[in-house]
Design a protein around this ligand. Structure first.
Ligand code: GTP
Ligand code: MG
Length: 587
C-alpha cells in the first residue's frame, strides 16, 4: 500500500510517521537510540521527525525538503509511505511523492487549523485523482485534547476536501509527540470512537484490481537481445493495467501497428506465460515490427486507448514563470514525451481561494486551471472520462516538473479522419518475410522523410545537393520534386490550391513517403513553402515514421524545423543539414 502524507508546513507530518515507525517496532535496531543521541548531542529535545528528515539541512531547519520514503509493516500488510514536504517551495516534491500513491493522509495542526498549503495539497490530491484520503487532526496535546477543536478543524478540512478532491474516509484526532491516536488510542481521546491512525491505514481499500482493466503497457525501452546467438528485440516496461499472454495479438498506439506476443521475458526467472498489472516485463514480437519508445501496447481484443493531439485536462502550474497562452512545454504521459502548446484556458482557479480568476491568458504559479493542450504529435492515453483512473501527465521545463494534471477527455481535431485512416492502414499492413531490422542491417540505415521547404529560391538546389551528398556517402536515397508528383500520382487532384486539394496532395505525398520510408530509403522531398496545416497532414499520415523538416529561408519557420539562412551557400547548407540529421538520430 503506497501512501502519501501531506499538509501545511510544520503541521506535524514527519512527527506522526516517526512515531508510527517507532510504535510499530518498524525501525532498525538502534535507530531510535541513535536519533535520540544525535539530538542530545546537539542539545536539542528529541524530535520524532528527525527519524524521517535525513538530510542535514532538514534537521537543522526542522523542515522536510525531499519526499522521504519509508517502509513499514502493520499486522495486516506492508506500506510504502511518502513523507511529503509542506513548505510551498517544495510543492513539486509533494507532487512527485503523491503521483503514485493509492491513498493520502492529510495532516492538519489542531491548533492552527486549515492553512494555505492544506488547501493546496488537498487540491492536488484531487487533481492527481487519489481516491482515498484520511484526515488527521494532530498536536491534540496542544489544544487540551479538546473535542470541540477537533470537530471544528476536522469539519473545515472535510468540507474543503469534498469540494476539491474526495470526501475523507475518516477524520481522526492524534498527537505525534505523545503517540496518542497514532498506533494506539489514548485516554485523552476517550470521547473519540473512531480508529487510530494505524487502524485507519489498515482499513484503506486496496486499489480495485487494475488487472481487470484493459491491458496497457507503456513502452519504456526497446532492447536488442543478443543472447545465445539470437537477436530479438525486447519491448520493456511496467504493465500498468490488465494482463497479456503469450500468443495474444497486441496493437501499438499511436501508430496502430500490430503483432503477436511471441514470448514474455522475466528477469532472473523462467519466462512466464502471462504478465499482469504492476509487473515489469519484456515482450518479444512476431513479426518484429518497429515500435518506438513511448508507445502504448494494448490487446487487439480489448478496448483501445484513445489517440489524439488535443487534450482537455486539469492543470496545476508550478513553474517559476507563469504559463502563457500559446506557450510550448514538454508533456510526459507514461513513457511518451511530446511537445505541447497551451491552446486555451477554460477556467482558472486560485488553488487557495478556489475563486475563478479574471485574466485568462496566463496561469500563475500554484494556480490550477482547466485547459486544452495541443500536442505536436498524437499520444495514446486513457482519459478520466473512460474510467480506470485516467491518465496523469506532467509538464517538464528543462529537468524540472513544472506542472501536471489529469487528462479528462481527448478532443476532436481536424486531422482525426486522416489519422484514423493511417492507423487503419498500419493495422491492416500486409508484411513480407523480410523484417524492418533485417532491412535496416542490409542498408545500414533506417528510412526517413527529409522534407526541404521554405521561401528561399535556393531550396530546390539545397534539396538536390543534399540527396547527392547522402548518396555519395553510401546511403540509399531518392530525390522527389513536388512537381513530379503533382503531375503523376496526383494528376487527378485539382491544382487550385483549395484547402481540400492541398489536404489530398499531402495525404498522397504522405502515403507515398510512408512506402519509401518503410522500404528503408532516405527520401528527400523538395516542396515550395508548406504551411503549418500541410505539415500537420503529412505528420498525421506518417505517424511515427521518422521525419525531418528543413526550412531554407527566414520567414515563417515552423517550430520543429531546422532553419537554414537564405544567404548560406548550397554546399554550406548541406553540411549543416547533415550534422543536424546525425544529431537527430538519422543513421
Ligand atoms: P514539514 O515537513 O517541514 O512540512 O513539517 P512536518 O509537517 O513534517 O512537521 P514536523 O513533524 O517536522 O513537526 C513540526 C514541529 O511540530 C516540530 O517541532 C514538532 O516537534 C512539533 N510537533 C509535531 N507534532 C506534534 C504534536 O503532536 N504535539 C506537539 N506538541 N508538537 C508537535
Ligand atoms: Mg516533515
Amino acid at each position: 500500500m503506497d501512501i502519501v502524507i501531506v499538509g501545511h508546513v510544520d503541521h506535524g507530518k514527519s512527527t506522526l510517521i516517526g512515531r508510527l515507525l517507532a510504535d510499530t517496532d518498524s525501525l532498525a535496531a538502534g535507530r531510535l537510540e541513535a536519533a535520540q543521541a544525535a539530538c542530545a548531542a546537539q542539545g536539542k529535545p528529541f524530535e520524532y521527525a528527525s527519524l524521517l528528515d535525513a538530510l542535514k539541512d532538514e534537521q537543522e531547519h526542522g523542515i522536510t525538503i525531499d519526499a522521504a520514503r519509508v517502509f513499514f509493516r502493520s499486522a495486516r500488510r506492508s506500506y510504502l509511505i511518502h513523507d511529503a514536504p509542506g513548505h510551498v517551495e517544495f510543492v513539486r516534491n509533494m507532487v512527485t511523492g503523491a503521483a503514485r500513491a493509492e491513498a493520502a493522509v492529510l495532516v492538519v495542526d489542531g491548533e492552527l487549523g486549515v492553512q494555505e498549503n492544506t488547501r493546496r495539497h488537498a487540491y492536488l490530491l484531487g487533481l492527481l485523482g487519489i481516491p482515498q484520503i484520511v484526515v488527521v487532526v494532530t498536536k491534540m496535546d496542544r489544544v487540551g485534547w479538546s473535542k470541540e477543536v477537533f470537530e471544528r478543524v476536522g469539519e473545515a478540512a472535510s468540507a474543503w476536501l469534498a469540494r476539491v478532491a474526495v470526501p475523507p474516509r475518516v477524520v481522526l484526532p492524534a498527537s505525534g509527540s505523545t503517540g496518542g491516536g497514532v498506533a494506539r488510542s489514548s485516554e485523552n481521546l476517550w470521547w473519540f470512537r473512531g480508529p487510530c491512525l494505524l487502524e485507519a491505514l489498515d482499513a484503506i481499500d486496496e486499489r480495485p484490481a487494475r488487472s481487470d482493466a484493459p491491458f496497457r503497457l507503456p513502452v519504456q525501452a526497446v532492447y536488442k537481445w543478443v543472447h545465445r546467438g539470437d537477436d530479438r528485440r525486447i519491448l520493456a516496461g511496467t504493465v500498468q493495467a490488465g494482463r497479456v499472454h503469450v500468443g495474444d495479438e497486441v496493437v501499438f498506439y499511436p501508430a496502430a501497428t500490430r503483432a503477436r506476443v511471441r514470448t514474455i521475458e522475466a528477469f532472473h526467472r523462467a519466462p512466464p506465460g502471462l504478465a499482469s498489472a504492476g509487473e515489469t516485463t519484456g515482450l518479444t514480437l512476431d513479426p518484429e515490427v518497429y515500435v518506438p519508445r513511448g508507445s502504448v501496447v494494448a490487446r487487439a481484443d480489448e478496448r483501445p486507448p484513445q489517440v489524439g493531439t488535443r487534450l482537455a485536462a486539469s492543470l496545476f502550474w508550478l513553474g517559476r514563470k507563469p504559463l502563457q497562452l500559446g506557450q510550448e512545454v514538454r508533456l510526459r504521459i507514461d513513457t511518451a514525451a511530446e511537445s505541447a502548446r497551451l491552446e486555451s484556458i477554460a477556467r482558472r482557479l486560485d488553488a487557495h481561494t478556489l475563486e475563478a480568476c479574471e485574466r485568462d491568458t496566463v496561469i500563475e504559479r500554484f494556480q490550477a486551471a482547466d485547459v486544452v493542450l495541443q500536442l505536436r504529435r498524437p499520444v495514446a492515453c486513457d482519459p478520466e472520462a473512460d474510467g480506470f483512473g485516467g491518465s496523469r501527465y506532467v509538464l517538464v521545463d528543462g529537468y524540472d516538473i513544472a506542472g501536471g494534471g489529469l487528462v479528462r477527455r481527448v478532443l476532436a481535431d481536424p486531422l482525426d479522419a486522416t489519422r484514423r485512416a493511417a492507423m487503419q492502414r498500419n493495422f491492416r499492413w500486409e508484411r513480407g518475410l523480410v523484417d524492418a531490422d533485417a532491412r535496416a542491417e542490409r542498408l545500414g540505415q533506417r528510412g526517413r522523410l527529409i522534407l526541404v521547404s521554405g521561401p528561399s529560391p535556393t531550396r530546390k538546389d539545397v534539396a538536390k545537393a543534399l540527396e547527392a551528398a547522402l548518396f555519395a556517402a553510401g546511403r540509399t536515397t531518392y530525390y522527389l520534386g513536388l512537381s513530379s508528383f503533382v503531375h503523376g500520382i496526383d494528376s487527378d487532384v485539382p491544382h487550385d490550391r483549395s484547402p481540400e486539394a492541398q489536404a489530398e496532395h499531402f495525404r498522397r505525398l504522405g502515403e507515398m513517403a510512408h512506402l519509401m520510408v518503410d522500404a528503408g530509403i532516405l527520401l528527400v522531398v523538395s516542396a515550395d513553402v508548406i504551411g503549418r496545416d500541410e505539415w500537420a497532414v503529412l505528420q498525421a499520415v506518417l505517424g511515427t515514421d521518422p521525419t525531418s523538416l528543413v526550412w531554407v529561408g527566414e520567414e515563417g519557420t515552423p517550430g520543429s524545423a531546422l532553419q537554414v539562412a537564405s544567404d548560406r551557400s548550397v554546399a554550406d547548407a548541406v553540411v549543416l543539414i547533415g550534422a543536424w540529421l546525425r544529431e537527430s538520430g538519422c543513421d
